[in-house]
Design a protein around this ligand. Structure first.
Ligand code: PLP
Length: 620
């Protein structure tokens, strides 16, 4: 859907005319809403499919450098001559990172989302975005001839045939960029203030530069106090209004998935899958994979010592890969089972003939950590690993992985955690917790598509598995890891489009932030729990043990109650709920994960109430 995936933002400028207001910040760090305007611009770029943003910095560059620490898809490069050079010098600096067609933006712009969509949809490789009259007092007029740009000037009289005013957002092909960077060294010798607009004019006779004019585009460049006041009072509110309308008009009819994965995804994650066909052995795809692998580890704060190994499978694939690859042939794994996914680990071990010692609890019962210690003591000569589920999705219980890892550490035992339905929903610090292998998949709290699973492995532990005689082939963890590190490719055919969707989902995770995602999920849970309690429902798991991402609800005993009928009633109204699974009491389940909101939960509770009243089901 979107062709261009890279963006370059010019953010080196001094912002001299706003000195008092700026207070030692670059112009991009002005705030009109609840975050700096450059971060608003970054969020819009991500939502239009941009996955790599290069910011050329200068004045107070540390502000931008901090953004590159916050967002994995942002890189900065500094123009050391920012105080004395024109914008083309900064643009030239970006060459180090530019590797494809890209969007070029100025950092001090506010603009409606439509600006980016217009360029992304434009059939032209080179396209300058123009608007109608702004009367900003600082206009750059763009001269055209037929469908091509021929010159630009701040002086209206220089322009013979006016196409519109330059917005400061353009789509630039690699070919055009190369032409510009080729002439820059010579041009800059004679003009230290050489601007990128001058350079576009200079090359416009040797390459077709097109334009797209959006007559009443809402946008503002903020260079002085007048611009700032106009932005605050008029343009910014207009942008907010228009952007909200665009999102509403784009909304496809959707199911609010309240099942515990595959979780609901954003439209932008769905669209990210529509990409040019690409051979996954190409370097471009290898770079994408490496970025994804790195950022999956970053989400659990393990960059120093961990590596992600990906599999084209559902989540169970990575659990199977891990268990069947890391336990030495003469050792056993202690498996804690308080739900279906703990049980599944035991089944996997049985299939491979891997010795396991089971700590079985009722499904939904919380772990007795003294018992874990007792078992490790009793079988200390046999056990090399302990395996457990973090959020046991069968019942919605959260097991304390750090407590288990602390005990395991005393016995020199390594820890394998199935974090399928907690990863990216509940903050995890893999390094601090002392976990050796953490497994998850792309389609739950990270909010990507189903079909890709991964194990985040301590490198030191992986190396120790090198000499274990393989019990498996496709799923061998060490072999897959080696393939990644040596070739930067997946060993077997990757699910190409799902990797693109995951890239987008990861970017959206970092935009929302770890804390933001945790907060959104927690708010949805609170609304859900409160609403269900008010209706009279009872819960399977005690409050203090709940993961708060999935709630197991005890089924009413009333004879009018029927899960299938309730499911169908809600499904017709856009909500998917989930049956229970093998717990001590009969339950049904509601998850609050994925790209859904508090408002969705409120609407769900209204529909549920309607059903309860209609069927006259007694709950109390
Ligand atoms: N482990 C846990 C904790 C899960 O919640 C799930 C699925 O919901 C799985 C493993 C299995 O994942 P998949 O169905 O993707 O194979």
């Amino acid at each position: 859907m979107f062709n261009v995936r890279q963006a370059v933002i010019l953010g080196a400028g001094l912002g001299g005319r706003l000195r008092g207001t700026l207070d030692d910040r670059p112009k991009g760090f002005l705030e009109l809403g609840n975050r700096p305007i450059v971060e608003e611009s970054i969020a819009k770029l991500v939502h239009t499919g941009i996955t790599d943003i290069v910011i050329v910095t200068g004045y107070c560059h540390k502000f931008y450098d901090r953004l590159s620490e916050k967002y994995p898809f942002v890189r900065t490069i500094m123009n050391p001559d920012f105080a004395t050079s024109g914008s083309m010098r900064s643009f030239y600096m970006a060459a180090k990172y530019v590797n494809s067609d890209f969007l070029l933006l100025e950092s001090d712009l506010i603009y409606e989302y439509n600006a980016l969509q217009t360029l992304q949809k434009s059939p032209f490789d080179n396209c300058i975005l123009l608007s109608g009259k702004t009367e900003s007092g600082d206009e750059v007029y763009v001269g055209i001839n037929d469908d091509r740009v021929v010159n630009m000037s701040k002086c209206r009289d220089d322009i013979e045939c006016l196409g519109g005013e330059l917005v400061g957002i353009s789509k630039i092909s690699l070919e055009l960029y190369q032409k510009m960077t080729n002439i820059f060294p010579e041009k800059s010798k004679h003009n230290s203030q050489y601007q990128y607009e001058d350079c576009l004019t200079d090359v416009s006779n040797s390459i077709a530069i097109h334009y797209q004019c959006v007559e009443n585009l809402a946008w503002n460049e903020i260079d002085d106090e007048n611009h700032l006041n106009k932005a605050r009072e008029k343009i910014y509110p207009l942008i907010i209004q228009r952007d909200s309308e665009i999102i509403i008009s784009k909304k496809v009819e959707r199911q609010v998935l309240l099942n515990p994965g595959p979780a609901a995804t954003t439209d932008t994650v769905k669209h990210a899958m529509v990409v040019n066909d690409i051979c996954p052995r190409e370097k471009e795809f290898g770079d994408l994979l490496e970025g994804v692998r790195h950022d999956l580890v970053r989400i659990v704060h393990g960059e120093e010592a961990y590596e992600a190994v990906l599999f084209a499978s559902s989540g169970t694939g990575a659990v199977e890969a891990c268990l069947s690859s890391v336990i030495p042939h003469d050792k056993s794994v202690l498996i804690i089972n308080n739900g279906a996914y703990g049980k599944r680990m035991q089944q996997i071990c049985d299939s491979y003939g891997i010795a396991h010692i089971d700590y079985n609890l009722d499904w939904g019962e919380s772990i007795n950590y003294n018992k874990v210690e007792e078992l490790l003591e009793k079988y200390k000569l046999e056990i090399s690993h302990i395996a457990l589920v973090h959020h046991e999705t069968t019942v919605g219980i959260l097991n304390d992985i750090t407590a288990v890892a602390r005990i395991a550490d005393k016995f020199g035992v390594e820890v394998i955690v199935d974090a399928m339905s907690s990863y990216a929903g509940i903050p995890i610090d893999i390094t601090d917790s002392g976990i050796h292998y953490l497994i998850a998949s792309a389609n739950k709290c990270i909010q990507g598509m189903a079909g890709l699973s991964f194990a985040i492995c301590k490198k030191e532990s992986l190396e120790k598995t090198k000499d274990i005689k393989p019990r498996n082939f496709y799923f061998n963890l060490y072999q897959n890891y080696i393939f990644f590190t040596q070739k930067h490719e997946m060993q077997f055919t990757p699910p190409v489009q799902i990797v693109y969707a995951l890239r987008q989902a990861i970017n959206e995770y970092f935009l929302e932030t770890e804390r933001g995602r945790e907060k959104r999920y927690a708010e949805m849970y609170e609304v859900l729990e409160n609403g269900l309690r008010m209706l009279g429902f009872r819960f399977l798991i005690k409050e203090q043990f709940r993961a708060k991402i999935l709630t197991a609800i005890i089924e009413p005993e009333d004879e009018n109650y029927c899960f299938t009928e309730m499911h169908d009633f809600l499904w017709q109204r856009g909500f998917t709920i989930y049956p229970g699974k093998g717990a001590t009491e009969k339950t049904f389940r509601i998850a609050n994960m994925g790209a859904i909101t508090k408002q969705d939960i409120i609407r769900f509770l209204e529909c549920l109430k309607e059903y309860i009243v209609m069927e006259n089901i007694k709950l109390k």
